[in-house]
Write a protein that binds this ligand. Structure first.
Ligand code: BES
Ligand code: MN
Ligand code: ZN
Length: 498
């Protein structure tokens, strides 16, 4: 898909389709007004007759409107003008994208970007439009022998902007939107790939490929033997139950000064979580192929920042493994020794995410990081607590929490903080080891973060639990690519505040 931003009148557009908004109740947007005047009231007549009243998501496709140069005009219901919020804006853009793709327009000029979205500016409108267009037109067809391809797919979208003065800013917004969209697409593809294809070795290849594609990224893969030497007894204990060798994937992006401390992203890359000996129930177990979505978001974010050439140093780390039941697998009651030297009693082998993350978190101490953020589909409890709208956020440094909350608000990829109070640490005491890997049925997301906090004392750290946000269940089951927009926004903000 190609996007450009342009200022100019709708009546001058020689295009397959012009997209304009109509409000409740039957009020038309400034741009639609211009087309209406040109066509001697063609649009207002239709609306007066009741063909459309402007409710959110309503659409009406007009052909050969008198005196216009475009083939079609797509009217899109935008709801109440004063109440156009983020979600409604994304909804109307998504709806337009689907229709434009279906009607075979191939290219279009979309004026919905000129609408006023509450609390947002032109830059936000343009970037969100690009991200939403890409998100709505995403398909995952690579494993079908007969591809369900659109005959004349939408290829080029011009986004209308009200003032020429906003042109440079809009072009920057298009670039950001595209880079994020490419990162999101990579994360979705990796998430949607099944466990038999997307193995730890496959993820390692993806890391290597990013290193090849971008001069700014250098990738290194640690094999089981390397991890053995480092004493990663916790991570390796999870991989022991699987025939797929574990990998620790390290991608070093250098955009800042050589001596500038890096921001480290650590993503859970569990390519299939059967639960291990604490086997999961069969229902919906296929969805545990998505248990590498934290890792996928690290790959996606690395891609986005490399494309944008952000002037910072970022290291992406993905511990990758399967979690399977096997004669060599962890057993409830086993005690393992982590790279940090802390011993862990494994009471439930299904709480494996923290077991692979803890060694990766200890490993990254060597970079003397400015900040570490880990991203993981860590607990079912987080889905219960926050559902699919917000990722869980916990950490040991309140300015970092604050920055992530803000990045969530501005990107629309939202997070919500849960407390990481000392009192919860009680729940992961073990009579046999330094820590237990589970903390009972209360506050599961918090006790998981408590576990990780034992390995993050040397740096500013935040943990994102994306169990509810990384993929959608049901008939439209698919990875979402979250939290690539959040992480990229956080890194963009870090650059802006330098
Ligand atoms: N990958 C799962 C978490 C998960 C479960 C994400 C369901 C999305 C949907 C994780 O490895 C896990 O199994 N966690 C356990 C922890 C428990 C044993 C303390 C869970 O949430 O049930
Ligand atoms: Mn598990
Ligand atoms: Zn898991």
């Amino acid at each position: 898909m190609e996007f450009t931003a342009k200022s100019g009148n709708p009546e001058k557009q020689r295009t397959a389709c012009v997209v304009v908004g109509v409000f409740e109740t039957r009020r038309i947007s400034t741009v639609a007004e211009q087309l209406d005047q040109l066509s001697d009231g063609f649009i207002s007549n239709l609306i007066r007759r009741g063909d459309m009243d402007g409710k959110i998501g309503q659409t009406l496709l007009l052909h050969s409107v008198p005196n216009t140069l475009c083939d079609r005009i797509l009217l899109v219901g935008c709801g109440r003008e004063r109440e156009l919020h983020d979600a409604q804006y994304r909804q109307i853009i998504a709806k337009s994208a689907t229709i434009l793709n279906e009607i075979g327009a191939m290219e279009a000029v979309c004026y919905l970007t000129e609408l006023h979205v509450k609390g947002r500016d032109n830059h936000w409108n343009v970037r969100q439009a690009v991200e939403t267009f890409a998100d709505s037109l995403y398909t995952f067809e690579q494993l079908k022998s007969k591809k369900d391809t659109t005959r004349r797919p939408l290829r080029k979208v011009t986004l209308g902007i009200a003032s020429r003065r906003d042109l440079a800013d809009s072009e920057a917004a298009v670039k950001e939107g595209l880079a994020i969209a490419h990162g999101v697409t990579l994360a979705k593809d990796l998430g949607n790939l099944p466990g038999n294809i997307c193995t730890p070795s496959y993820l390692a290849d993806v890391g290597m490929a990013l290193g090849k594609e971008y001069n700014s990224i250098t990738t290194e893969i640690l094999e089981a033997a390397d991890m053995e030497k480092l004493g990663m007894g916790s991570l390796l204990s999870v991989a022991r139950g699987s025939r797929e060798p574990a990998k620790l994937i390290i991608m070093d992006y250098k955009g800042g000064k050589a001596d500038e401390k890096p921001i480290v992203l650590v993503g859970k890359g569990l390519t299939f979580d059967a639960g291990g000996i604490s086997l999961k129930p069969a229902a919906a177990m296929d969805e545990m192929k998505y248990d590498m979505c934290g890792g996928a978001s690290v790959f996606g974010t690395m891609k986005a920042i490399a494309e944008l050439n952000l002037p910072i140093n970022v290291i992406g780390v993905v511990p990758a493994s399967e979690n399977m039941p096997d004669g060599a697998a962890n057993k409830p009651g086993d005690v393992v020794t982590s790279m940090s030297g802390q011993t862990i009693e494994i009471l439930n082998t299904d709480a494996e995410g923290r077991l692979i993350l803890c060694d990766a978190l200890t490993y990254v101490e060597k970079y003397e990081p400015d900040t570490v953020i880990d991203i993981a589909t860590l607990t079912g409890a987080c889905v219960v607590a926050l559902g699919k709208h917000a990722s869980g956020l916990l950490g040991n440094h309140s300015p970092l929490i604050h920055d992530l909350l803000n990045a969530g608000k501005s990107s629309g990829d939202r997070v919500w903080e849960l407390p990481l109070w000392e009192e919860y640490q009680e729940q992961i005491k073990s009579p046999f080891a330094d820590i237990a890997n589970v903390g009972g049925k209360e506050a599961g997301t918090i006790t998981a973060a408590c576990f990780l906090s034992r390995f993050t004392k040397k740096f500013q750290w935040a943990h994102l639990d994306i169990a509810g946000t990384a993929w959608r269940s049901g008939d439209k089951k698919s990875a979402t690519g979250r939290p690539v927009p959040l992480l990229t926004q956080y890194l963009l903000d870090r650059c802006a505040n330098k």
